[in-house]
Design a binder for this molecule. Sequence first.
Ligand code: NDP
Length: 485
Amino acid sequence: MTHPAQPIASHFINGEYVEDTNGTPIPVIYAATGEQIATVYAATPEIVDRALSTAKEAQKAWAKMTGTERGRILRRAADIMRERNHELSVLETYDTGKPLQETLIADATSGADALEYFGGLAGSLTGEHIPMGEDWVYTVREALGLCVGIGAWNYPTQIACWKGAPALACGNSMVFKPSETTPLCALKVAEILHEAGAPAGIYNVIQGMGEVGGALVTDPRVDKVSLTGSVPTGKKVYAAAAEGMKHVTMELGGKSPLIIFDDADIDNAVGGAINGNFYSSGQVCSNGTRVFVQKGIKEKFLARLAERTGNAILGDPQDEATSFGPMVSENQMNIVLGYIEKGKEEGARLICGGKRADMDGYFIEPTVFADVTDDMTIAREEIFGPVMSVLDFDTEEEVIARANDTEFGLSAGVFTNDFSRAHRVIGQLEAGSCFINSYNDAPVEAPFGGVKASGVGRENSKEAIKHFSQVKSVYVRMGDVEAAF
Ligand code: NDP
């Protein structure tokens, strides 16, 4: 019997599902059991070409609609997503293995927020009037054209919407390629957008591995590439986009610091560290995986952390009582287990977890290492799993320097009851998305993105509009034209 997660077809192009079984089969594995629940097929060159030419053509009429008309469609799509939240969350859980307890509140709902927010902004995108004596200049905020979105596997619905909503609001069309690990959810986003009234060809989804991503990024018809992925992939995609002088947004990885001063509320700080390391089983780019704890409170912090981490409920992710799911894939599980072994070998003190859970699926116990030093592999490299490194520090000056000593710069957090210190420290941290007495909030109203190797550009907020549009300026002369001859 066909599993309910099996999509109607692999791709969504020109307003309809399209199948082409000539492409490489991509098995969809449910991470909680290891069973294959669906199959999609990678896009063949013919499918890539069809998606791009359709999107290129459809964009012209879409850009000519008023912003209010486009926005209405996006807001209608947001409503449909909210109405179907349960069904979409179940699918997200099959796609990623994340527990339903999370997906019910963090995925389709976050996607709907983006559609609603950018739908609301669409009618307000204007240029400006610049007086020049009797003459004047006016500016027009125009669409870029055809945008490509390439997604990572941790938030397949959210990423499809965070890229699609601002792109469409500005009058662009999109071809979106999900990660081959989680190909299911973006198809639903496309389906819902079209049900809400998006013209055929405005938002297309095609499947495939890096090869298909590469074909999209190098195609001359594409005006912009927005990638969520790892730093090595980001470097490749950025370079390929530069070759064609395309616009880019790069949302890449991190190894973010979470700094806890000795005057912080311990339970709130422990809560922040849990949210910043174990949500989505640690598969979150902005995670605060280097937890710097001031020496005076270290043992108290660790004891409370171990106690609360022990409350995690590992189990069937479709059961709402489960609060901690598996790694997205066997491959990712093995990568994370490798890092845990490195942590042990390099002398970090294991506080809890530290192994694969004794159950079906790709579960790893939530793991905390203490006495981690800056040079250890687990403190330097992005793990993308439930592995928290606790490091200790003495002074503010010291911890700022150590926090910044990384190639990454996505996020940073500070817990303290001294607000002058909180702002002083945040002001010196090299990161794009920061938190004071909190961690990992990502509302659509706030810009999201990194500095240094963690990325280029911003998603969400009004900032995203700048990255999906460009400004044309028009000089208007009222008098005669003077010329040298
Ligand atoms: P990858 O970088 O491996 O892949 C990201 C996407 O790019 C996938 O769809 C992948 O396809 C595609 N891709 C791979 N190679 C190329 C290429 N040469 N040209 C075009 N596209 C290509 O990341 P993961 O999927 O493994 O996701 C985890 C990473 O994503 C982590 O490092 C994490 O930090 C980062 N991330 C960043 C976020 C942010 O907003 N800053 C948010 C979430 C994750 P395929 O995998 O199908 O081969």
